[in-house]
Ligand binder design. Structure first.
Ligand code: 13P
Length: 254
């Protein structure tokens, strides 16, 4: 299974700050192990700078944090997959909890974005995850199923099965663990990742065993290796602790 370490820089960093961090990461990741990828989801304004700093380092990629499901048009404030690719991105995040809960994106919109990005040449890190109230009322499995079903039921014939290998990864991020310092415990992570894997098998068949599932939510250098050792954890999606290159490099080294 491909291992993925992803940094989500959210709404942080000027272009100069992003270029510096990206150069530090590139310097630290010249010899990327086989089967491992590192990607940075940068603010739109910094994608070109990060891509330039990563140029030529195998296994290092830059992505956008959002895109709109149309080629172009009167969609003020939005950005298309082609524009992201033009800036140097090869990946995009969809369904991040901050898009779902702050910007009000529903499952149908996340599905449209995911499919349109894949159809237009971007690879997608699709984020799913439950709120605390949903977990406490026993709805974990139902929420993950609803979020994944929306996407997979919108997939056209050409984006089923093997066509998704190397192109789709899933980020499981419990909403209550994002930016709160509350990392999910091993029992919770194992339970959630097992649910995500079995749902992926339901929707994508055997290919599901080659779709990486990343854990995200208060990942730090001191908990990364324990998280990576858990069943069905194929990578990490890191917010706050990815802003400093040295801290993200420590997480990757773990
Ligand atoms: P934190 O690592 O800051 O909790 O953020 C997680 C996240 O939202 C990554 O996408």
């Amino acid at each position: 299974m491909q291992k993925i370490f992803a940094a989500n820089w959210k709404m942080y960093k000027t272009r100069a700050q992003a270029a510096q961090s990206a150069a530090d990461l590139a310097a630290g990741l010249r010899a990327m192990p086989e089967g491992q990828s590192v990607m940075v989801f940068a603010p739109f304004t910094a994608i070109g700078d990060v891509a330039a700093a990563f140029n030529g380092v195998p296994g290092l990629f830059v992505g956008g944090q959002n895109c709109y499901p149309a080629a172009e048009g009167a969609f003020t404030g939005e950005i298309s997959p082609a524009m992201l690719r033009d800036a140097g991105a090869s990946w995009v995040l969809t369904g991040h909890s901050e898009r779902r809960h702050i910007m009000g994106e529903d499952d149908a919109m996340v599905a449209r974005k995911t499919v349109f990005a894949l159809e237009n040449g971007l690879n997608v890190l699709l984020c799913i995850g439950e709120t605390l109230a949903e977990r406490e009322s026993g709805k974990l499995h139902a929420v993950l199923e609803r979020q994944l079903e929306a996407v997979f039921s919108a997939m056209p014939e050409g984006l089923r099965g093997e066509a998704l290998e190397g192109r789709l990864a899933v980020g499981y991020e419990p909403v209550w663990a994002i930016g709160t310092g509350k990392v999910a415990g091993p029992v919770e992570v194992i339970e959630s990742h097992a649910a995500a894997r079995s749902l992926l098998q339901k929707f994508a068949g055997e290919t599901a065993n080659r779709l990486p599932v990343l854990y995200g939510g208060s990942v730090k250098p001191n908990n990364a290796s324990a998280l990576m050792a858990l069943d069905n954890v194929d990578g990490l999606l890191v917010g706050g602790a990815s802003l400093e290159a040295q801290s993200f490099l420590q997480i990757i080294g773990a």
